[in-house]
Design a binder for this molecule. Structure first.
Ligand code: SAM
Length: 249
């Protein structure tokens, strides 16, 4: 799969693409990332890419011509073009899965007040927000999308790691522990040392449901939950703050 990123700041991606899982996925040919400098498509002498907003207002707007030329020069007609914007649909693990299993796509990074609406109307197939806050530019949002999509591309990381992650079962993930068994008086939960796979699975599911109830209770109402997780959620909710329930040990 190849992701094309259109940006005014291509240099921001350099270190990012050269590190860790993503760099390995690129060098193994599993993922391709093409970073395109929108400014190189501006035809005027000073390569101007922004101008004042019609109707007034303090900020500048990215001009349509260089973006349109960059898209036409790099993206196949009909390809998926995602504009990263706080005014878009929230980005979730489901969106990442959808992108990872689909064809090549393009990410368009805005700057200033954003991009001319006519570019959105002509080329953009999806508007995606990575959260309810405003960044200075779409580049960090593009990194978030590329990172979360690339690790879902088959072969990039093991399928087993993906199965147990937050959101994969509609829940937040359970806590992790590694050596030593005791750190500053805190012991690793006994069940994890027991070697009893079924009890470990039950304990992890319980911890996942507890954590989800604490931080993202709305996820527990999802249809995606297994009946076992749903029963645990019901039990936790019935017991109010969770005290007094049977712990899996
Ligand atoms: N005027 C815009 C608004 O209020 O919706 C904000 C523009 S923001 C300063 C500049 C660029 O950063 C946007 O065009 C977009 O590409 C990117 N951006 C900012 N916040 C984002 C978010 N939460 N998700 C995705 N992209 C974001």
């Amino acid at each position: 799969m190849t992701v094309t990123i259109l940006t005014l700041f291509p240099g921001l991606f350099q270190g990012y693409l050269e590190s860790s899982i993503l760099a390995r996925a690129i060098s193994r040919g599993l993922v391709g990332v093409k970073v395109v400098d929108i400014r190189s498509f501006a035809v005027d002498k000073h390569h101007v890419c922004d101008d004042a907003a019609y109707g007034g207002g303090p900020g500048m707007v990215m001009k349509p011509e260089p973006i349109a030329a960059a898209l036409e020069g790099t993206t196949a007609p009909g390809a998926r073009v995602v504009y990263l914007t706080p005014a878009g649909r929230p980005f979730t693990q489901r969106t990442a899965l959808d992108l990872a299993h689909g064809p090549d796509f393009t990410l368009l990074c805005g700057r200033y007040e954003g991009i001319d609406q006519r570019v959105i109307d002509s080329f953009v197939t999806d508007e995606i927000s990575i959260g309810d806050y405003v960044l200075s530019g779409g580049e960090t949002a593009a990194m978030v999308v590329v990172d979360s999509v690339a690790r879902l591309v088959p072969g990039v990381i093991t399928g087993e790691s993906l199965q147990e992650e937050s959101f994969s079962e509609g829940l937040l993930e359970y806590p992790h522990y590694t050596r030593p068994e005791e750190f500053r008086g805190m012991r690793v939960p006994e069940v994890l040392l027991s070697g009893h796979h079924e009890k470990i699975r039950q304990w992890r599911l319980l911890k996942s449901v507890e954590k989800t109830e604490r931080y993202r209770p709305e996820l527990l109402d999802s249809e995606d939950l297994s009946s076992e997780a749903r029963d645990l959620a019901r039990q936790i909710r019935k017991e109010g703050d969770g005290h007094g329930r049977d712990e899996v040990t």
